[in-house]
Structures are given as structure tokens and as C-alpha cells.
Design a protein around this ligand. Structure first.
Ligand code: PMP
Length: 455
């Protein structure tokens, strides 16, 4: 059985963290995770957990992968650090940029490296502004994101994030960032509305917002192909085509935030492939290094990259970059990680084992606590409701998700509660047998929580 004694035995007051439950405000954890192997992690009490969230949607190749340790060690010994300023570079960052361009099958031409997804999205905002200044369109600066989207927590990224908790009391969002509707049919659909009609309405909402703001002032649209941290939300099949048509009509750049969906999560190389998105800019992170090293990449299509590099040539400088942009150890690890993803066919595994996970989880749709089961490839969300027929949520929202999250630990399972949606995003190496085990542990958890509910 899991205990919280590890949390009680460590003084956690030296770090600024949120260790309180959002609903009850009770102090919880932290559980101290000490080591990992494959799809499992172990805490400092010796408890073993099936890590059904791959950490934070990120450990594609599993924990304890020796090839990544070796790649990091080799690079540490050869050149532990160098930068990419003052006309210098180093081999790992050059090779990774080329590998990524090839991996996008030429749709993107140029990479810019940062340390995190948030910094990458912040960079995107600056590049969109820089791009439009280069084109003399000095008014065209607003960026439209979506309610419940997640793009990170730096000033501009948090502004694009569409979650109130990331704005409240941080004086965000910035005035240049606007939010349009969230494409979640189950929650946002009107009575009797078809998926197709809903997708059309979402595109109409976007168009109305652009017209209200003035098309000459709107520069770009950003979205995750499938929303992650907002609750694993899949748009209707035709959503992206309709959104993209509106973007093209008003000359908006299309930015695909592929921080979670990049490198196989949906059973395709990119989420853009799954939904027919033709992005001008792509943002990659997490599974890029399996999060063994902090690294993200902003990928630019040729036309965007050309405008930006020509403009910086005119100005005589490109005044943007980080001390550790393209860090040699991080980029060396990314190269090896992508090699493993290719050699072991992990994108294909996300499609085949993902299909098994999706159908297995859908068998829980009849459970009294379950409102909606949604997902694609190796990512899924199960929304828990107080009343299935009316979709009435629990009150207070988030309490049931927290209860399931907590109880799952007792059954050796790490999931995530996003309000009352339970998220699954296991490492891409997961096998069909392990998927079966994961679902069995979750079903047991749901039954136990259901049984213990006050009448
Ligand atoms: N974009 C998306 C889609 C994400 O899921 C995340 C992280 N969950 C980010 C951006 C931010 O990345 P980071 O936490 O590395 O700043």
C-alpha cells in the first residue's frame, strides 16, 4: 500500500510548488519518485507504479533507457556545453535540426531550439511579431488561441493558454492574445447538433472573432491538434480543415503546438498528419528527448523562415536566443531518442497498441461514473460525471478526479486528474498486455471510488 510518510518525512518548504488539492486545499504529497524502468516508476517507499502519464505526457521510450544515458555521457565527455551565438555552432544541434526537418518530410525548413515548450511558444509569439514587422504589417499582431488550450506558462505562452488558473492573479492574458471556442462536442455542443454542424460553428466563431478584432490586426491562430492539459479534447474530424480555411482567408499563420502530439502520440508522426493540418509553424518538445533532457524546437516553414532570416540580415542581427539554445547534451539525447523511436517502430506501436487501449477504455463507458471516453492513439481522457444522462458534473468540479487520481496510487497506477477528466498517456513502448493491466487497475480504482461515494 502507498503511504504518504515520504511526504511527511521530507521538508518541502524550500521550493515554490503547489502541493495542495485545488478543491479541498488540503496539503498532499509530494510522493518522492526515486527511479524508473520501462513503463514503471518506484517511490522512496518501494511502491511500484505503472506510469500511465509517461511523466508529463513525455517519456516516449520509457524510463531507464541505457542508450539515452550513453548518448548523454558521450556528449558530456566530448563537449558538455557550447553555445550557438557569435557565428558558432556544434555538431549535435546541426544534426538534430537536419533530422527534424527530414522528419517533417520537408514541410518545415528551419529549427530554433529552446529549453522548454513554454519558451518555444514565447519564441513563436516574438517570431510572429517580427515576421509581420518584416512584411511592414505593423498592425497585424494579435494571436488567437482557444479556451482550454495549453501552451505553457511564460508571459506570452500563459497568455495563449486558455485555462483560468494560469491567468488568475498573474495579470494575464496579454492584450494581444484572444481566445476562441473550445471544440469539445460533449461539453460545448448544442442539443441535437451534429459533429459536422459543431465544427462549422467553431469555424464561424473564429471568423466572427477575427472580424470583430479586424483582420488586419490578427496575425496567427495557435492550437494543439488534440488538446492535452485542458482535458484531452479531440476536435471533430473536419474541425481543422474548416479552421484552416478561415485562417487562410484572413492571412493568419497556422501554428500547431505539437508539444504532446509530436513523435507518435496519436499513432502518426505528428498530430498535424492525423488531422490534415498544414502548419506554418510547429512547436515540438517532450517526446523529442523523452524529457530526459530539457529541449524544445520551433519549426518554421520555408516562407516564414525566409522572411525572418532576410529581415535579421537587414537589421544586422537576430536578437533572440538562449545561453543553452540547442544544448549539445540535450540535442545529442534527442538524436538518439528519435533513432530509438524509429528503430523500435514506436509511432506504429502507438497506432496498433493505441487502438487496443482505445477500445479497452471504451468498455468503461457503461460504468456509472463515466460520462465520456475519448482519445486517439496512446492518449485518452475519461470524463467522470455525477449523472450520465444529463452529463451533470460533480460538485465541486475536480473533487472526483482528485479522488480517482489518489486512489489509483493504491492500485499501483499513475494517471492524472484534470478537473474530473482522468488522463492517460503511457510511454509509447507500452505493450498490449501492459495496456490490459493498466485498464484493469483503473477499473478497480473506479469501482472502489464508486463504492465509497456518499449515498
Ligand atoms: N504546449 C503544450 C501543448 C504542452 O502540453 C506543454 C506542457 N504540458 C507546453 C506547451 C509547455 O511546455 P513546458 O512545460 O516544457 O514549458
Amino acid at each position: 500500500m502507498t503511504t504518504l510518510s515520504s511526504a511527511q518525512s521530507r521538508d518541502i518548504s524550500y521550493q515554490l510548488h503547489s502541493y495542495t488539492n485545488a478543491v479541498t486545499h488540503q496539503k498532499i504529497g509530494p510522493r518522492i519518485i526515486e527511479r524508473g524502468e520501462g513503463i514503471y516508476v518506484y517511490d522512496d517507499q518501494g511502491n511500484k507504479y505503472l506510469e500511465a502519464m509517461a511523466g508529463l505526457w513525455s517519456v516516449a521510450v520509457g524510463f531507464g533507457e541505457p542508450r539515452l544515458v550513453e548518448a548523454a555521457t558521450r556528449q558530456m565527455q566530448k563537449l558538455p556545453y557550447y553555445h550557438t551565438f557569435t557565428h558558432k555552432s556544434h555538431t549535435p544541434s546541426i544534426e538534430l535540426a537536419e533530422k527534424l526537418v527530414n522528419y517533417t518530410q520537408g514541410r518545415m525548413s528551419t529549427a530554433f531550439f529552446t529549453n522548454s515548450g513554454s519558451e518555444a511558444n514565447d519564441t513563436v509569439v516574438k517570431l510572429v511579431w517580427y515576421y509581420n514587422n518584416a512584411l511592414g504589417r505593423t498592425q497585424k499582431k494579435k494571436i488567437i488561441a482557444r479556451k482550454r488550450g495549453y501552451h505553457g506558462v511564460t508571459v506570452a505562452s500563459a497568455s495563449m493558454t486558455g485555462l483560468p488558473g494560469n491567468h488568475r492573479d498573474f495579470d494575464l492574458p496579454l492584450p494581444q492574445i484572444k481566445h476562441t471556442s473550445c471544440p469539445h462536442l460533449y461539453r460545448e455542443g448544442l442539443p441535437g447538433e451534429t459533429e459536422e454542424d459543431f465544427a462549422t460553428r467553431m469555424a464561424n466563431d473564429l471568423e466572427a472573432l477575427i472580424l470583430e478584432e479586424g483582420p488586419d490586426t490578427v496575425a496567427a491562430f495557435i492550437g494543439e491538434p488534440v488538446m492535452g492539459a485542458g482535458g484531452v479534447i479531440l476536435p471533430p474530424d473536419s474541425y481543422w480543415a474548416k479552421i484552416q480555411a478561415v485562417c487562410r482567408k484572413y492571412d493568419l499563420l497556422v501554428i500547431a503546438d505539437e508539444v504532446i502530439t509530436g513523435f507518435g502520440r496519436l499513432g502518426t508522426r505528428f498530430g498535424s498528419d492525423a488531422f490534415g493540418i498544414e502548419p506554418d509553424i510547429m512547436v515540438l518538445s517532450k517526446q523529442l528527448t523523452s524529457s530526459y533532457q530539457p529541449l524544445a524546437a520551433v519549426m518554421l516553414s520555408r516562407p516564414v523562415a525566409d522572411v525572418i532570416s532576410n529581415h535579421s540580415g537587414t537589421l544586422g542581427t537576430f536578437g533572440h536566443g538562449y545561453t543553452t539554445s540547442g544544448h549539445p547534451v540535450a540535442t545529442a539525447v534527442a538524436i538518439e531518442n528519435l533513432n530509438i523511436i524509429e528503430e523500435r517502430g514506436l509511432v506504429e506501436n502507438a497506432a496498433t497498441t493505441g487502438a487496443i487501449m482505445q477500445s479497452g477504455l471504451r468498455e468503461l463507458a457503461d460504468h456509472p461514473l463515466v460520462g465520456e471516453v475519448r482519445g486517439m492513439g496512446l492518449i485518452a481522457g475519461i470524463e467522470l460525471v455525477a449523472d450520465k444522462a444529463s452529463k451533470r458534473p460533480f460538485d465541486p468540479l475536480g473533487k472526483m478526479g482528485a479522488a480517482v487520481y489518489e486512489r489509483a496510487h493504491q492500485n499501483g497506477l499513475i494517471v492524472r486528474g484534470i478537473q474530473d477528466t482522468v488522463a492517460f498517456c503511457p510511454p509509447l513502448i507500452i505493450t498490449p498486455e501492459q495496456v490490459g493491466d493498466m485498464i484493469a487497475r483503473f477499473r478497480k480504482t473506479l469501482d472502489e471510488v464508486h463504492k465509497n461515494q456518499p449515498a
